[in-house]
Design a protein around this ligand. Sequence first.
Ligand SMILES: Cc1cc2nc3c(=O)[nH]c(=O)nc-3n(C[C@H](O)[C@H](O)[C@H](O)COP(=O)(O)O)c2cc1C
Length: 246
Amino acid sequence: MQTDVTRLIQSHRSIRKYIDKPIPEEVLEDVLACAQWAPSSHNVQAYSIIVVRSAEKKKQLAQLCGGQKWVETCPVFLVFCADFYRLKLTCDMRGTELLADEVENMLVAAVDTALAAENALVAARSHGLGGVMIGGIRNQPEDVARLLQLPELTAPIMGMCLGYPDQDVEQKPRLPQRAVIHEEEYRTEHLPAALEEYEAISAEYYSRRTKGELTEGWTRQMADYLKKPRRQHLGDFLRQQGFPLK
Ligand SMILES: Cc1cc2nc3c(=O)[nH]c(=O)nc-3n(C[C@H](O)[C@H](O)[C@H](O)COP(=O)(O)O)c2cc1C
């Protein structure tokens, strides 16, 4: 059984091409209000959102995200940042010290940030917009922090391109539900077969979408992706921003 909202969620596709039409202010306001209505761990609301409309800034960010041109061509680019700066200020104002555990802090901030981002994307889609999240914002976080003047205890977690879609792409198939959802307890016996099934489904999809250029399915792509180290600079960057990671 579906509702309008579940149909919208289940028709998700990342959109990376946009028509040349600005996003009305009242639409963006509504999208940002939805971001803020996401639930938050202990209501700490440990994130901030930077709205980037400046063509020059989007151009620079596109480069910093690894040359992703949709960061430049989207009318609005949002940068979702983990934010403990505002919480430290709050503690300072009230004469206490911010002493929460570091791993917990990072998890809380990352989860809060992601929940706000997904709310924003769903809200944007309900207005007819399309978008894509951008983890590339963590490629060169020091330069991003400098460009956006991020204070200590903040860090870019993900970006989001938003605009009116200029492409109609096929939905990317997800894992079979039995590989993800467990009843009462985690069971492993059926996983290899479910993964093989997904390999076949996703290989067909990628082959179709790339006109035969990419023939490997999800399991082969993941095996290749995960054997390489990724963004190893992040620990140093977070320490530099004042996050007390060991
Ligand atoms: C946190 C996050 C970071 C992402 N980073 C990028 C990115 O840097 N560039 C990009 O083109 N897509 C990015 N994506 C989009 C994913 O590639 C996409 O969601 C995934 O392949 C599934 O495809 P779909 O969204 O079309 O269903 C990101 C998605 C998430 C959730």
